[in-house]
Ligand binder design. Structure first.
Ligand SMILES: [Zn+2]
Length: 125
């Protein structure tokens, strides 16, 4: 988050199960922060917003059907493509997260079980 804060939903606590599990999440999220993935995502989001505004201006003379198609395809694209961390960012955060939790004194081997519970819950980091 802006200002270097790390935030996660309390819903994840049942998947964490214990302190080591929370360390996995914290390590992963701190890694996103250290690698500045949030800033990348933020600027991607702002870019998307800019394109959307341009698109609305650009199609304002067009028929309602054309505008609807543009808004629909743009909306789908921004939902799927820009509002989540990329797979590369996630891999990087997974790797760095193990380093950070180890530095904090937790056993990185517990991370495998955490991610299995996470996968079983169909959650995403
Ligand atoms: Zn993540």
């Amino acid at each position: 988050m802006p200002g270097g804060k790390v935030m996660f939903y309390t819903g994840i606590l049942s998947i964490c199960q214990d302190e080591a599990g929370i360390a996995v999440v914290m390590g992963h999220e701190v890694a996103h922060a250290i690698a500045r993935h949030g800033n990348e995502r933020m600027s991607q989001g702002m870019l998307a917003q800019g394109i959307g505004t341009l698109g609305q201006v650009g199609t304002s003379g067009a028929s309602p059907q054309v505008q609807a198609i543009f808004n629909q395809s743009f909306g789908i694209g921004s939902q799927l493509g820009l509002l989540k961390f990329s797979r590369n960012n996630e891999s990087e955060a997974d790797k760095l997260g193990l380093v950070f939790m180890t530095m904090a004194g937790y056993d990185p081997a517990t991370a495998a079980d955490f991610w299995k519970r996470m996968a079983a819950n169909k959650g995403e980091g």
